[in-house]
Design a protein around this ligand. Structure first.
Ligand code: ATP
Ligand code: ZN
Length: 303
């Protein structure tokens, strides 16, 4: 739809060859992490104010700010090439887009929940009951899969109060920590979908060689920033005799870097350790004879 594109991006920002258009949530739960990620991968753009779109100064990318509910449609119809949105909304809108990468934020689950004392143990028992939800398509599709056709009541906010008000027997709703469920005396009985923010692409954009080249450049940068977050850079001093034991604890990405120190018989070891096993590894390193252990964060890591 070229008219729509001109409306969003203006004639002067008409996408040139390979130029990408990315839709992100303007203001909501995903906004800070999304903009943080785009800045972390080195994109230079203005994100403040009520602007509808901005233009990267150092990458062939324009960013459209919109309601999250609209993003799946924008990407599916090709109004934009890329979008960052919760997987739950891709599922809800049922659009055909390509999921390029999960982004590691905006974690939540779409669950079926009932009142704590309600006599339902599984969604099977709700197949012909009444369900309140703000995700009617996802709810209907889920119950159809288990052979049910409950009455679906679509509510756009505060779905969690529906059961205690007697408006519904159960809800299908998003939860991250479960605290809103607890507050409303609700008990989850099934997870329909695990969600997080994802980078999605329009199929035609991925099939366009010039756009694909720029999409790959973006993906490489996102991977580097995300990989860097998983690792710490660790430097330590150790007697040379401790090296075999140290190497068993920290194999390094390939092998650790070992540098001789001015003191004879001593070396400095540099390596990267995964966050998940960080403290465990540090304890083992000390046990193996490492001293003066220095730890720093990585900014980017190209594996
Ligand atoms: P918009 O004004 O853009 O339509 P919204 O109010 O519909 O925003 P938000 O509440 O900002 O949407 O949620 C955006 C996304 O954040 C959700 O689609 C979901 O992927 C994710 N999310 C993470 N945790 C939660 C949660 N506890 N409840 C709802 N959404 C969550
Ligand atoms: Zn929304």
């Amino acid at each position: 739809m070229p008219e729509t594109n001109a409306g969003f991006f203006g004639a002067d920002l008409d996408p040139g060859e390979g130029r990408l258009r990315l839709a992100v949530q303007r203001s909501g739960r995903l906004t800070d992490d999304t903009l943080g990620l785009l800045h972390a991968i080195g994109l230079d753009f203005e994100s403040y104010g009520q602007r509808l779109f901005s233009h990267c100064r150092n990458f062939p990318l324009s960013i459209l700010y919109g309601r999250d509910d609209d993003i799946p449609g924008y990407v599916g119809h090709g109004t934009v090439d890329l979008g960052i949105v919760g997987r739950n909304l891709i599922h809800e809108e049922g659009v055909q887009v390509e999921e390029l990468l999960p982004l590691g934020f905006g974690f939540c689950s779409l669950i079926v929940a009932v009142l704590r004392d309600a006599p339902y143990a599984s969604p099977d028992e709700l197949r012909s009951r009444r369900i309140a939800t703000s995700y009617p398509n996802s709810a209907r599709r889920y119950f159809a899969e288990i052979g049910g056709s409950p009455e679906i009541v679509t509510i756009s906010g505060s779905v969690e109060v529906a059961p205690s008000l007697g408006l519904a027997d159960a809800i299908v709703e998003l939860t991250a920590t479960g605290s809103t469920l607890l507050l409303n005396d609700l008990r989850p009985i099934h997870t329909v979908l695990e969600s997080q923010a994802v980078l999605v692409a329009n199929h035609a954009a991925v099939a366009d060689a010039a756009k694909k080249a720029n999409i790959d450049r973006l993906l490489m940068r996102v991977d580097a920033v995300r990989a860097a977050k998983r690792y710490k850079y660790v430097m330590m001093n150790a007697p040379e005799s401790a090296l075999p034991a140290i190497r068993r604890v920290v194999p390094g990405l390939k092998a650790p870097t070992v540098v001789p120190l001015a003191d004879p018989g001593w070396v400095a070891v540099h390596t990267a350790i995964e966050e998940d096993i960080f403290w465990e590894s540090i304890e083992k390193l000390r046990g193996a004879g490492a001293t003066e252990i220095l730890v720093s964060s990585l900014e980017k890591l190209m594996l």
